[in-house]
Design a protein around this ligand. Structure first.
Ligand code: SF4
Length: 228
């Protein structure tokens, strides 16, 4: 009896998750995709990785501008390693934290060139072993560039998932593990793109726009103290 009840609760939760994905998928159907997603469609894992590093803590328009400028000059590990640091910094200046990002991009390119024959490794273990690549970046590369079944979790994904009650977690890694338990695999690929758009425009971290939210009827608004 208890098992039946648990199954039925689980089924309801999964059904609600599917419903929310369908609504949000339609809501963002015609939205412009983030730069990182567009870059990954070019089937070049190295460009996907570098674009992801450029996108950290900056707006998408800056990622678009700096990745285009950089790849016009250097789009392989070999070319980036040979690029003078000052020139690299200048090319990526608008992405913010340009000195740190230049250092990371140089180091990552060097390791890929010297230890992985110039190819981006396809395993999480190898990616995480490269200094400068964190879990979110590794999962973006694995999901977007190599089509692996993982869920990249950033602040938006973490916050939205907790408000919706899909996870009850304190950090992104815990959220990733919880989402893998409850979200049907069919949605893993699109989850990051949809939640990042949703988190930037509606389910905003500081104060969500619940009055304009297309899934408000399905959301328990967990932890939301102030909404608009
Ligand atoms: S109702 Fe509010 S808290 Fe819930 S998903 Fe929508 S914007 Fe976020």
């Amino acid at each position: 009896m208890r098992c039946m009840q648990q199954f039925s609760i689980m089924k309801t939760k999964k059904e609600r998750i599917s419903k929310i994905f369908k609504i949000l998928g339609k809501f963002y159907e015609k939205s412009e995709k983030p730069t990182i997603r567009k870059t990954s469609e070019k089937n070049d894992p190295f460009k996907t990785l570098i674009t992801c590093l450029l996108s950290l803590r900056t707006q998408d328009k800056n990622t678009a501008k700096t990745s285009t400028a950089l790849f016009a000059v250097a789009d392989t590990p070999d070319k980036i390693v040979k690029l003078p640091v000052k020139q690299l910094e200048k090319l990526i200046y608008s992405s913010g934290y340009y000195k740190n990002k230049a250092r990371t991009i140089k180091h990552v390119s060097q390791v890929i060139l010297e230890e992985h024959d110039g190819k981006v490794p396809e395993s999480e273990y190898e990616l995480l072993n490269i200094k400068g690549i964190g879990r979110k970046t590794a999962n973006i590369v694995l999901s977007f560039a190599f089509k692996k079944e993982v869920i990249p979790v950033d602040t938006h994904v973490h916050v939205v998932s907790n408000r919706l009650g899909w996870a009850k977690t304190k950090n992104a890694t815990q959220t990733e593990l919880e989402l893998m338990k409850v979200v049907p695999r069919a949605y893993w690929k699109e989850l990051n793109t949809i939640f990042v758009l949703f988190g930037k425009e509606i389910c905003i971290t500081q104060s969500p726009l619940c009055s304009k939210c297309p899934v408000s009827k399905l959301c328990p608004r967990i932890g939301v103290k102030r909404s608009r």
